[in-house]
Design a protein around this ligand. Structure first.
Ligand code: PBG
Length: 329
């Protein structure tokens, strides 16, 4: 007891602090989200995500090479689909020559060892902005899951290492796993968005992909019938357990910072790698406050990311991946 024990001895200088530090961060922890658009020579800043861009395939090559050079070895790919290709049947999602499929091939071409994960959900392809097929004001579960399985096979054929279903349909992990097995993609992994909440923090992402639910009659205005209620935590364990039983290799909690309790609970309960997604709204919030001079950018970036490590996350998907790796160098 005090005065024999003085906890401040272990904080007295940088050397001792680094010696007793419990958690560490490096490029190995990060999964880099990438936004891809059609066209060439395009590098478009997303207005609600300062310093984050959508790339056309030619410029994506340079971006991927620079990530690799920084030690960032895993990417999570999202595509912005032209309006005229959107429908309520996911037609374009199954196009073997679609933007996602070409993006995967492009990345593997310039950087064969880059781990490529693809987003699997209908929202970027949906004229209604929903993650599944909409009928009579409802998001149809089973037909959507079948479609997502076909989509996953198409991504695997293009060369994806992992598919990442972000849709929250029931049973889709098992259906996807079986489809991959049937088609011989036994080595293609599944990172499941297992505990994904219906969150206001996805706003900037929906701007980036122009994928927000549309405001029309008989179209649900939010995703609350499939994404989770933010008041719940036990339900997150039930969702995660089902996904693991169905064949998920990695599970994910999303969003990140407001859901650290869920990250911790999932990590404690299960023995598969746990990913967390620091989503677009979390990024936007910190960037905006830093731009105002109200918060110190680097300090809050590091702090927010280390919180995920402390909570027990094994993998962090973050729009800060490049910034933080540069800072750590
Ligand atoms: C779509 C998807 C979303 C995000 C990842 N995949 C948005 C949503 O569910 O509406 C959000 C990511 C972010 O906000 O950074 N299935």
């Amino acid at each position: 007891m005090y005065p024999l024990r003085r906890n401040r001895r272990l904080r007295a200088n940088a050397a001792i602090r680094s010696l007793v530090r419990e958690n560490h961060m490096s490029a190995n922890d990060f999964l880099v989200p990438l936004f891809v658009v059609e066209g060439s020579g395009r590098k478009e800043e997303i207005p609600s995500m300062p310093n984050y861009y959508r790339y056309s395939l030619d410029l994506l090559k340079e971006e991927v090479k620079s990530l690799w050079a920084m030690g960032l070895k895993s990417v999570l790919v999202f595509v912005k689909v032209p309006d005229n290709l959107k429908d309520n049947a996911g037609t374009e999602a199954l196009n073997d020559d679609g933007l996602m499929q070409r993006a995967v091939k492009t990345i593997k071409d310039v950087c064969p060892d880059m781990l490529v994960m693809t987003d699997v959900a209908l929202d970027p392809y949906s004229n209604y902005g929903h993650d599944g097929i909409v009928e009579h004001g409802k998001i149809i579960n089973d037909d959507t899951a079948e479609l997502l399985a076909e989509m996953s096979v198409s991504h695997a054929e293009a060369g994806a290492d992992f598919v990442a279903p972000s849709d929250m349909m029931d049973g889709r992990i098992g259906i996807i796993r079986e489809a991959l097995e049937d088609e011989g993609f036994t080595d293609t992994g599944i990172m499941s968005y297992s505990a994904k909440y219906a969150s206001g923090f996805y706003g900037p992402f929906r701007d980036a992909l122009d994928s927000a639910p549309v405001d029309a009659q008989d179209i649900p205005k939010d995703k609350k019938t499939y994404q989770m209620d933010f008041a719940n935590s036990i339900e997150a364990l039930r969702e995660t357990e089902m996904d693991i039983d169905e064949g998920a290799d990695i599970v994910m909690v999303k969003p990140g910072m407001p859901y650290l309790d869920i990250v911790r609970a999932v990590k404690q309960e299960f023995d598969v790698p746990v990913a967390v997604y620091q989503v677009s709204g979390e990024y936007a919030m910190l960037k905006a406050a830093a731009a105002q001079g109200w918060l110190d950018h680097d300090q809050v970036m590091l702090e927010s990311l280390m919180a995920f490590k402390r909570a027990g996350a094994d993998i962090i998907a973050s729009y800060f991946a490049k910034d933080v790796v540069s800072l750590l160098k």
